[in-house]
Design a protein around this ligand. Structure first.
Ligand code: AKG
Length: 297
């Protein structure tokens, strides 16, 4: 699926934008399912296991920050991961064995949908090596107005910046950190049906949605199977226990098979602890951790 140039660009720059990664029919199916979920959120008044509601959510104007774990909410969100152009891209970048960590459909409602402050995913879930990535399927056209994902090229090869504020893990870097090279920022704008990919150490963020259109990006976080979680949001073993964990791991193995011999590399790790008061989503971690915003005027 990817050319040699795209693959080397990803490893060199720490991000990629792949156009037309799914067919028009697949895109339409994903859009229809998503809009059905947004419609169904009209009867919801508090965030729950499916919806993270944004400030100002009403039955007339549903406003969500995200649909949680979409691959568990609808089989098609799982299917697209395992059997589509997306799967080929993952194989090209991660190899024959890969594991899903989690998924989220960040919906950024029109007229304000929350910013995601700058961070490196690695700070949230350190592993034994850094062969991990997150990718986003654009379900609508994305531009600067509706809050495109932004990255700092090459930052995956640099330091892991502090994501702590006054001793608490706040899931965001300090905008004044001298290692945050804002002059290098690239915005990943594109047509619906495209896919953004960013390396787990790549610095990224996104502005609020200032348009009157939804910004729908379906994100999945994926690890090469030999990368094992050390601690953090993906250490499922702590909450599941060993038997359930093994079943869950097999289910999350989207390409190939689980790897029982972790590749342990000399990677920089600082535990994402102590946690903020609410860690139910990145939005809450950043808000309750008291991060400083890059985007607020
Ligand atoms: O929705 C976005 O623009 C970015 C999401 C993200 O970086 C995250 O959830 O970790």
């Amino acid at each position: 699926m990817l050319s040699d140039k795209q693959i080397s660009d990803y490893f060199e720059q720490g991000y990629l934008l792949v156009e037309n990664v799914i067919t028009d029919a697949q895109l339409e199916t994903l859009q229809n399912i998503t809009y059905d979920f947004i419609e169904a959120s009209k009867t919801v008044t508090e965030s729950n296991d499916v919806y993270d509601l944004d400030v100002g959510h009403t039955a007339e104007h549903p406003k969500l920050t995200r649909i949680k774990l979409p691959h568990k909410q609808h089989a098609y969100f799982d299917e697209i991961l395992r059997n589509s152009g997306v799967t080929e891209v993952l194989r090209d970048l991660l190899g024959e064995d890969a594991t899903l960590l989690t998924s989220k459909l960040n919906t950024k409602a029109p007229g304000g949908g929350a910013a995601v402050e700058w961070h490196q995913d690695w700070a949230f879930y350190p592993h034994t090596n850094d062969s991990l990535l997150a990718f986003g399927l654009l379900l609508e056209d994305v531009d600067m107005e509706n809050g495109a994902l932004q990255v700092v090229p090459g930052s995956h090869k640099g330091p892991i910046l502090s994501h702590h504020n006054q001793g608490i893990f706040c899931g965001a870097i300090d905008p004044d950190d001298p290692d945050f090279e804002q002059d290098k920022i690239v915005s990943l704008t594109g047509k619906a049906g495209s896919m953004t990919v960013h390396h787990v150490r790549t610095l990224h963020g996104s502005a609020p949605n200032r348009s009157d259109r939804a910004r729908l990006i379906l994100f999945y976080e994926i690890a090469k199977a030999d990368a094992w979680p050390i601690l953090g949001s993906n250490s499922y073993i702590h909450s599941l226990g060993q038997l359930k964990f093994w079943d869950d791991l097999k289910e999350r193995t989207i390409i190939g098979k689980p790897c029982l011999e972790p590749r342990v590399e000399n990677v920089p790790v600082r535990m994402p602890l102590p946690p903020a008061k609410d860690v139910s989503s990145i939005f809450k971690t950043q808000q309750f951790g008291g991060m400083k915003s890059v985007y607020e005027d």
